[in-house]
Write a protein that binds this ligand. Structure first.
Ligand code: PLP
Length: 427
């Protein structure tokens, strides 16, 4: 173990690579729980934080965040099972998503979760039918609202336009006759999610104020006692030059007054925020090993053993301009970055560029490179089966312990899902 190499807590990058291989995602347990605790410390007291498993569905990540105080926001039966097995109390789980199947709805009823977040009026009907078949009393529901207002500051703005997500605010306002028909569901409140990667806390404050006020007026129009309002989140972290993490201390401070005013009018209403990226991004490093270093027409390339297939967000597929995630030479993190490299992955596509012309210390074959801030939307949001590489290993570190929290897919695992058809005629 090199004394100068990078570590996650007390475990060196080289030791992790030797024991578990590369490419591998490494999660720092202390950063994960610390991020949540810090956030809970600065937000107005009593705001419940749900972890959006979409950002990183690893069961150990979910469990650790749960032990640090987060519930779960899930969008598939597997995510629901993950949260339950991780130990999340069903009362702290919500299920959302625009395309819930009858099987999804039945899984929600089986688990007895806090609320199903309904995204359309037809879905409300389907849920009512599913609940009627069981005779278990009214099912708690939040209506996801597509607000009439729109929001700024997000890379992916919601609200104010036609969307598959949520029920248009105006339709919801007029839904009392429908709700009267549906006796097996009980609307307990509202949900709105205005987008992801907000870096300016003022945008989140402004969204929250508008959502709280919209929820109040909807509750009045529909004659509902507000039991829960989920005002989304989408708190961002910095990835690129000239960005800074959202200022959560300022966010907490500026939410105090509107939240207290709302609480005074609705003392029993549960206030919920759902967060994925903010809770996990900074706790994860994507660690790859340099296979080759080569020059092409004056540019230095490092070819590493993983890329787009595990970390499409860092590669930037789908974005207009290539911007570099923070990357580190894990063998010599403190050496001067006096070289410029383009780091590329193993895929047979020119897009598979992890970072382009990034300053780094000299890289030799066998060196470890780490893409930092990679704990959110990594393999789960990447084409892990492209070129049949499969899912990478995931390791969680706490103190001097490194624990494998997900096996790397092996060729046999991937092939076991396929069936060799044995037609005896080929026409
Ligand atoms: C993706 C998503 C989240 C999580 O968003 P982050 O930006 O990762 O915090 C929460 N709620 C909904 C409805 C989402 O679609």
């Amino acid at each position: 173990m090199s004394k100068t190499g990078a570590t996650t807590q007390d475990v060196s990058a080289e030791a992790i690579a030797e024991e578990f291989g590369t490419p591998v995602f490494v999660y720092d347990a202390r950063v994960l729980s610390g991020t949540l605790r810090e956030l809970r410390g600065v937000l107005p007291a009593g705001i419940d934080i749900l972890y959006s498993l979409k950002a990183n569905p690893n069961i150990s990540v979910c469990s650790l965040l749960n032990r640090a105080g987060a519930g779960a926001e899930v969008s598939s039966v597997t995510e629901l099972m993950t949260a339950l097995r991780a130990g999340v109390d069903p009362e702290d789980i919500i299920f959302l998503g625009p395309g819930k199947t009858p099987a999804d709805l039945h899984a929600c009823l089986d688990a007895g979760i806090h609320a199903v977040v309904c995204e359309s009026l037809p879905e409300l009907r389907l849920l009512d039918e599913a609940a009627a078949a069981r005779d278990t009393g009214p099912v708690p529901v939040l209506l996801r609202i597509n607000p009439a207002f729109h929001s700024k500051g997000s890379g992916l703005a919601m609200g104010g336009k036609p969307r598959q997500f949520g029920i248009d605010e105006e339709q919801a306002r007029a839904a009392r006759p429908l709700l009267d028909d549906l006796s097996h569901i009980e609307v307990r409140g509202f949900h709105a999610y205005m987008g992801t990667r907000f870096l300016n806390h003022r945008d989140v404050v402004s969204n929250t104020v508008q959502i709280l006020s919209m929820a109040e007026s909807l509750a009045t129009d529909l004659g509902i006692d507000l039991a829960t309002v989920d005002f989304g989140g989408g708190l961002g972290v910095a990835y690129f030059d000239n960005e800074t993490d959202i200022d959560v201390a300022a966010l907490g401070k500026e939410l105090e007054e509107p939240v207290a005013a709302f609480r005074a009018r609705h003392p029993d209403c549960r206030l919920v925020m759902e967060l994925g990226r903010y809770l996990t991004a900074r706790a994860g490093t994507y660690m790859t090993r340099a296979l080759y270093v080569k020059e092409s027409m004056g540019e230095e390339f490092v070819v590493v053993d993983g890329g787009t297939n595990h970390h499409m967000a860092a590669v930037g597929i789908g974005s207009f301009v290539k911007r570099n995630f923070p990357v580190r030479h894990l063998g010599r993190p403190h050496a001067r970055a006096d070289r410029v490299y383009t780091v590329t992955g193993p895929l047979c596509t020119p897009n598979d560029t992890v970072v382009k012309r990034a300053p780094l210390p000299e890289v030799r074959p066998g060196d470890l490179l780490g893409v930092e801030r990679s704990g959110a939307y990594g393999p789960t949001a990447s084409p892990v089966l492209f070129l049949s590489h499969g899912y990478p290993a995931e390791v969680m570190v706490d103190g001097d312990r490194a624990v494998l929290v997900r096996d790397r897919d092996r060729p046999e695992d991937l092939l076991a899902r396929q069936h060799l058809a044995d037609f005896d005629t080929v026409r």
